[in-house]
Design a protein around this ligand. Structure first.
Ligand SMILES: Nc1nc2c(c(=O)[nH]1)N[C@H]1C(S)=C(S)[C@@H](COP(=O)(O)O)O[C@H]1N2
Ligand SMILES: [Mo]
Length: 319
């Protein structure tokens, strides 16, 4: 018990990078990016000097009407300031430690309360669906946010193909478990594999997508290649990366962060500036690249679309 709660505390603390450290890193980054070699490679140079080529461009993509109108955060910020504990716990780790990860071939196991379960190769899984670019606001539970041109497919469209039955009330997602390919899993920083969950109506909501790319290219490894969840009205930790298993369930699944620190992270994790995180306020956020903070909006600005899903619930209890 003691070990467990200490571990959860250490990790929860590691989730926040002090802003002074972060701002200093950005200065270093800005200096590194003036290097001509970086530009010649057409890739990004991270804070430790590693150069990673950009992933291949995706085929035809349609623009989504769900896109936000804000200015997107730079490609470099989106791909060099990440949370992905499978590749290290510091924000600049994944860009370096995931560089040699091979996300293909890949298949996703669909199981549970489905009439057509099975193991489906990524390509088959995506067949017949148009790729959409959706510029979404993305808010991490920590004090930072960004605006990302994700490329993906509505999760609901995909689930329908595998025919959920009437008892399907929740969806559970799991990340790949393979410590040889994901070295962070050799350490007990989290209970592996990373797990997340949505209620069925959240999963079927048209804002929820399975993302396979960003900025018109395949997903960089550090952002969850080859496919990850995006639920734009929830905190970033719901957006599980490198998914290998999707299971339809009757009851709510256990999720990684609410298991580690239940008083800090709940199942719903809707962006809610009115409810403080036990260790910091959630009233304001810093857009990556900005200097000043801005007020955080309820449901991350998507209240018109999703507030009705939670009618009658006390969102300070169901956080
Ligand atoms: N498998 C896995 N998925 C994950 C995480 C993780 O550590 N492992 N971190 C989560 C958290 S806390 C955040 S804020 C987002 C960050 O996504 P980004 O790196 O693309 O910005 O990924 C989420 N998905
Ligand atoms: Mo996060």
């Amino acid at each position: 018990m003691l070990i467990r709660s200490r571990r959860a505390h250490d990790i929860a603390t590691a989730e926040i990078t002090p802003e002074s450290t972060y701002l200093r890193r950005r200065e270093i980054l800005a200096t590194a990016l003036t290097g001509v070699a970086t530009l010649a490679f057409g890739g990004a140079r991270d804070a430790r000097g590693a150069t990673t080529p950009k992933p291949p461009e995706l085929g035809p993509i349609i623009e989504s009407p769900y896109s936000a109108s804000e200015e997107p955060t730079s490609y470099d910020s989106v791909t060099q300031y990440n949370n992905f504990y499978e590749f290290g716990t510091a924000k600049e780790d994944p860009a370096v430690q995931a560089a040699s990860f091979q996300p293909k071939p890949w298949s996703v196991l669909l199981k549970g309360r489905l009439k057509k379960p099975g193991s489906v190769p990524l390509e088959t899984f995506l067949e017949g669906h148009a790729l959409e670019e959706r510029i979404y606001r993305f808010r991490c539970v920590e004090t930072w946010s960004m605006v990302v041109p994700w490329v993906g497919i509505p999760l609901g469209d995909i689930l329908k193909r595998f025919e959920p039955d009437e008892d399907a009330k929740f969806v559970e997602f799991r990340t790949l478990y393979d410590p040889e390919r994901m070295p962070g899993q050799k350490r007990q920083t989290l209970e592996w594999p990373y797990r997340e969950g949505l209620r069925m109506d959240e999963a079927m909501h048209p804002l929820t997508i399975l993302a396979v790319g960003l900025y018109g290219r395949e997903l960089p490894n550090q952002n969850g290649a080859p496919l990850r969840l995006i639920v734009p009205w929830k905190y970033g930790f719901k957006s599980i990366k490198s998914i290998t298993e999707i299971r339809l369930r009757t009851r709510a699944p256990q999720t990684t962060w609410s298991e580690m620190a239940p008083n800090e992270y709940g199942f719903f994790a809707n962006v809610n500036p009115e409810v403080d995180h036990p260790r910091w306020s959630q009233k304001r956020e810093r857009r990556l690249g900005d200097f000043l903070r801005r007020p955080t909006s309820k449901f991350n600005g998507y209240a018109d679309e999703v507030a009705s899903l939670y009618a009658g619930m006390d969102l300070s209890k169901d956080y």
